[in-house]
Design a protein around this ligand. Sequence first.
Ligand code: 0X9
Ligand code: ZN
Length: 270
Amino acid sequence: STFYERYHTLEEIYDWINRTAQDNPRTVKAILIGSSYEKRPLYVLKLSFNDRPNRKAMWIDCGIHAREWISPAFCLWFVHHIKRRWWRKNRSISKSGFCVGVDLNRNFDVDWGIKGSSQNPCEEINCGPFPESEPEAQAVANFLRRHKDTVQLYITIHSYSQMFIFPYSYTFDQAENHNDLLEMVQEAAQRIKRYYRNTYTYGPGAATLYPCSGGSDDWAYKLGIKYSFTFELQDRGEYGFLLPPSHISGACNEALLAVKTIAVKVLEKT
Ligand code: 0X9
Ligand code: ZN
């Protein structure tokens, strides 16, 4: 049986609360709201998945009646389940078997495992046991290696924050064609502003977003694909990862305009 299919002691539940909060710093917070009659801490686990202000909340408590063991078991189950819906990584099972998933955008062979990534399989930004350890990253890397002489432009699509990122993310050094790359994303952002009245920011990854190694954009760049970009599509946090279907066409039309703008510019350069 898994951890969630068993009953746990209070000590185990405290450990689980701490670990869950530590491993998910952006989405899970443990808030101490008081203590029991016998002076044991009472925690709220606050789950939130975007930074929209004034968002609505739901409260669940478990274990008000001590002998009803299934009740706290449900709270653990619920948190586990809700986290899975917000999954980021792939599904590979770590050696210890305890935690699942490697962040594929930390698994590429470029300064692997150094910055903005973690060797801990329980973390969201786990880089895996070695570069290209994951079949998904390996498949992409193999294909691009085979076709690196024909592929001139690499674009990887993510969300959210409305950003155009280019190398490098693994170092603050400037890419050799920094000015070309900057000009391309600047033009894309300007046109989106003009046509769709929407704002995209842009720049080299380390300085614009965060330093981070093992990403596919830097890897593709170093493979020789000199025009390499990460697009972070809509929105800027209002809905976050849960972009409503009514926003799909807007988000895609903007991205399309950016792809066209950049592709035309790459053709001019090559
Ligand atoms: O951290 C990431 O992998 C990307 N942001 S996201 O919020 N979609 O997870 C940014 C990737 C930028 N490029 C590199 N870090 N190499
Ligand atoms: Zn992403």
